[in-house]
Design a protein around this ligand. Structure first.
Ligand SMILES: [Ca+2]
Length: 407
């Protein structure tokens, strides 16, 4: 079992700030809320509270839950294993994939991302993002299911990103609405992005990358990538200005990307990438949240402002690292349609905001729940093939989420 990391999503500061009282009542400080200037109504917060129920337990440092398109739910464990979760919530004995022989797993490194190809049921292709055992480099690689129904350990590396430190790896993988593989890559630095990767589209660090894995070898550059027309940029780069995009998701209905970008000392944020947006920058490391970062020169108009930003200190609550979630698009109605959930790793606070408010940049999030402290810190959310949402915790729980119905 891997050691319990005190704070795998480093934001570079001591986090024991939970008890700091700042003398203001517990008003949620919201930036990024701009009142309509056309006389329209301001965005209204959701009237919602959620409950958490144990769907499964016993996983080893889970970082992701996803479906394979055939209604089987899989949990990714940071140490390097992908394990099916049976309908009764038990952890299957045999992993689908076991990469412990090649994954470097500690703190922010490990097997961090998994995406099944949209046609996985037919072609058996799946993609992972992990930290390589020999040098810590980030590898995005393909594996395939064999005729015996098992996924082999023969690997096809697509892209290797050398490590410049041990943290800020990002690590999320997902297929977008156009069937392109998107990867969230952190700035790779120990703090402050001293080499300026965040604003450099010629660097793979501090970005969303987007690959066409159905054409080319090892992949093709999608011509509609955000920086595909910039001759000085890497063609893989789809968006820049991210610090540590630990978890992002694709809205199954609208195709928007919702990115939880872990901040440094002051602000945590949710960024939104609309379909078709070109040359998007989310600010880092000129900006953190809505502020120029550490006194640096910045031009806010050159960057997409966060849809939500929250500070590390809110009343008596201390936050430290945002965990981006999903917009609910399931059919059972366990949550209101289009409700986007996200959480903070340190406080366990879970917020909700309507997706349309994120799209409009006028978000009024609501605190809708608190993951019980004895279940461990929030590492990730998950979405299954039916669109149902889950929270995954440091202590190995998979928690189902649903509305209490009596908010
Ligand atoms: Ca930003």
């Amino acid at each position: 079992m891997s050691e319990p990391a005190s704070k795998p999503l480093s934001s570079g500061v001591v986090i024991n700030i939970g008890i700091i009282a700042v003398g203001v009542i517990g008003i949620i400080v919201l930036l990024g809320v701009r009142l309509l200037d056309d006389g329209g109504e301001p965005a209204q917060p959701l009237d919602l509270a959620v409950r958490f129920e144990v769907a499964a337990e016993g996983f080893d440092a889970p970082v992701l839950l996803t479906g394979d398109g055939t209604a089987t739910r899989y949990v990714v464990e940071q140490r390097g294993t992908v394990v099916a979760m049976a309908a009764d919530g038990t952890r299957s004995a045999e992993p689908l994939l076991d990469l412990r022989d090649r994954v470097l797993s500690n703190h922010e490194r490990g097997l961090l991302g998994l995406a099944f190809h949209p046609d996985y049921g037919e072609n058996g292709r799946l993609f992972v993002l992990y930290s390589r055992a020999d040098d810590g480099a980030t590898s995005i690689s393909e594996f395939r299911r064999g005729e015996d129904g098992r996924v082999g350990t023969t690997e096809r590396p697509l892209l290797i990103i050398p490590a410049i430190s041990t943290i800020h790896k990002g690590g999320m993988l997902a297929f977008d609405a156009e069937g392109m593989l998107v990867a969230g890559i952190g700035d790779g630095s120990t703090g402050n992005d001293p080499d300026g990767h965040g604003q450099d589209p010629a660097s793979l660090l501090g970005t969303l990358l987007r690959l066409d894995v159905d054409r080319g070898l090892p992949y093709a550059i999608p011509p509609d990538n955000g920086f595909a027309d910039d001759r000085d940029a890497r063609g893989e780069v789809h968006a820049i200005g991210l610090r540590n995009p630990w978890r992002f998701s694709v809205d199954a209905e609208t195709g928007h990307l919702y990115i939880g970008d872990v901040g440094q000392a002051t602000w945590e944020e949710i960024d939104v990438l609309a379909p078709g947006e070109r040359e998007a920058s989310f600010g880092w490391s000129e900006m953190e949240g809505l502020e120029c970062f550490a006194g640096r020169t910045c031009d806010p108009a050159a960057h997409i402002a966060p849809a939500v930003a929250y500070p590390h200190v809110e009343g008596e609550t201390g936050h430290c690292a945002v965990v981006g979630g999903y917009a609910y698009r399931g059919e059972t109605g366990s949550l209101p349609a289009g409700t986007y959930l996200y959480a903070d790793y340190c406080s366990g606070t879970v917020w909700a905001v309507p997706a349309e408010q994120l799209h409009a940049g006028q978000a009024e999030p609501t605190v809708v729940g608190q993951v019980p402290v004895d279940m461990g810190q929030v590492r990730s959310f998950g979405e299954d093939d039916a669109g149902e949402l889950y929270v995954l915790t440091e202590s190995g729980y998979v928690l189902g989420i649903s509305s209490t119905g009596d908010a």
